[in-house]
Design a binder for this molecule. Structure first.
Ligand SMILES: Nc1ncnc2c1ncn2[C@@H]1O[C@H](COP(=O)(O)OP(=O)(O)OP(=O)(O)O)[C@@H](O)[C@H]1O
Ligand SMILES: [Mg+2]
Length: 42
């Protein structure tokens, strides 16, 4: 089984990375996808 991995990357802080991933994950989960979201913010 292949597992799609989506990566959102931007070096600049505070531009909405976490918010975008949060909402994208929620929307994918609503369509029935099993989602795990990792925020690799140091
Ligand atoms: N599309 C948007 N429009 C307006 N405000 C937004 C939007 N996306 C995020 N924000 C606001 O901008 C701020 C920073 O967003 P967020 O924490 O998602 O950014 P980030 O890139 O993950 O930041 P960091 O680099 O600190 O991890 C938050 O207060 C959030 O509510
Ligand atoms: Mg963040």
């Amino acid at each position: 089984m292949s597992v799609p991995v989506l990566t959102f990357f931007n070096n600049k802080g505070g531009v909405g990375k976490t918010s975008l991933v949060y909402h994208s994950s929620w929307m994918l989960a609503k369509t029935g996808k099993r989602v795990i979201a990792l925020d690799l913010d140091p």
